[in-house]
Design a protein around this ligand. Structure first.
Ligand code: FES
Ligand SMILES: [Fe+2]
Length: 393
């Protein structure tokens, strides 16, 4: 893997066009963030900003946050409720579907100025993206996808997706947002790399939340672009595997064990599913911690990670408390995730200035295939197999 894929501004521009700006389905937000007509939520797809808004008919529109007049971002609140959108600059007014309703001084003033007689407001609405929703999750595309979301995910990935999004209504518990000084692809690599999890994370390893001696697997769709890392919880005990992990600390105890104390809520024995959905979403189910992690590229060497923690609308208060406590593992200062943020920053710093050098992704072999264990980088290879096809590299 050449280092320039993480540093070259031209590669970044091509990614923005071919990956974020084409026919793929990109994660936008949860429907629970915009429950009522008029509710809106801003989001970023690649480097472009959009506004997801629920129209009067209950349908969700995703509009480019760029006025049809001079391109200004017309929506400046992160979220809220609106009857219509009025661009602050010259107050062009749009309805919730992005149609242009009004242009001040369209016919000039006292017979002078104004728009030409052939100006047609219907030709100057906001850019509207293709939208699809599944079980409360909103996706959009700048292009004209010829695949349903279900086909795009493929049957196996759809199965993992529906495990968390089973049709129950969702409620948002809160957001976290952090800027990480690394290329956006390193975030996907991090989640597709279970090899590090047993070595880097004292918290995961010690308390048995994820470790290579536990039953686990890597799955991908046919293209390799989407993946799922699945695992089953273990114990804090010394064995042949943990003996090799310097991060394993038998002497550590939680002062308040309620921080973990997971309860089983899904069928089967699996307790962790981290799903990476091309090109901008990680669905996280670790114990009872549920979150969307949206990847927002800023430039070749920076991205934002936006966390949306959620719960089911029918959850009792104790479960909500449990999810909130477990949320301490995640985010910029999370007991686990802080390690990953630091690792990505140090990775980017380590490759800076060595654009033509290469790094190695050969753990577990050189092929791309599902694996019934996690001592492998196969999912990273799968990601780049698809990446190269899309990018023409
Ligand atoms: S830029 Fe929006 S009204 Fe002029
Ligand atoms: Fe990690």
């Amino acid at each position: 893997m050449p280092n320039w894929v993480y540093t070259d501004p031209e590669i970044f521009a091509r990614e923005n066009e071919r990956i974020f700006g084409a026919n793929d389905w990109l994660y936008v937000c949860l429907e629970a963030e915009i429950p009522k007509p008029g509710d809106f939520q801003r989001s970023q797809l690649g480097t472009r900003e959009v506004v997801a808004v629920r129209g009067r008919d209950g349908e969700i529109n995703v509009l480019l946050n760029s006025c049809a007049h001079r391109g200004m971002q017309f929506c400046v609140s992160d979220h809220g409720s609106a009857k219509e959108f009025i661009c602050p600059y010259h107050q062009w007014t749009y309805d919730l579907a992005g149609n242009l309703l009004g242009v001040p001084f369209r016919r000039g003033y006292r017979g002078q100025g104004g728009m030409e007689a052939d100006f047609r407001p219907e030709a100057h609405g906001l850019q509207r993206l293709a939208v699809t929703c599944r079980h409360g999750v909103v996706f959009a595309s700048f292009g004209a996808p010829n695949q349903s979301l279900e086909t795009y995910l493929g049957p196996d990935m759809l199965g993992w997706f529906d495990r968390v999004f089973d049709g129950r209504d969702l409620v948002v518990l809160g957001h976290m947002r952090q800027r990480i000084a690394s290329n956006w692809k390193l975030m996907f690599e991090n989640i597709k790399d279970p090899y590090h999890a047993s070595l880097l994370h004292v918290f995961l390893v010690t308390f048995g939340l994820f470790r290579l001696d536990q039953q686990s697997a890597i799955e991908m769709d046919d293209t390799g672009r989407h993946g799922a890392l699945v695992s089953r919880r273990g114990e804090q005990k010394l064995n042949e595997a943990t003996a090799q992990m310097s991060a394993f600390r038998q002497d550590l105890r939680l002062a308040d064990p309620r921080l973990l104390e997971p309860v089983k809520e899904y069928p089967g024995e699996i307790t962790v599913v981290l799903q990476t959905l091309w090109p901008n979403l990680i669905v996280q189910q670790q114990s009872n911690g549920l979150a969307m992690r949206q990847i927002v590229p800023i430039d070749a060497q920076n991205f934002d990670l936006v966390w949306t923690h959620f719960t089911y609308a029918d959850d009792p208060p104790e479960m909500i408390q449990r999810r909130l406590r477990q949320a301490n593992l995640f985010g910029p200062a999370g007991l686990v995730s802080a390690d990953d943020g630091e690792a990505m920053i140090l990775s980017q710093a380590g490759i800076a200035g060595s654009d033509d050098a290469e790094c190695l992704v050969e753990m577990g072999g050189r092929e791309v295939a599902n694996a019934p264990h996690t001592v492998t980088e196969t999912a990273i290879r799968g990601f780049y197999q698809h990446y190269r096809a899309v990018m023409g590299l």
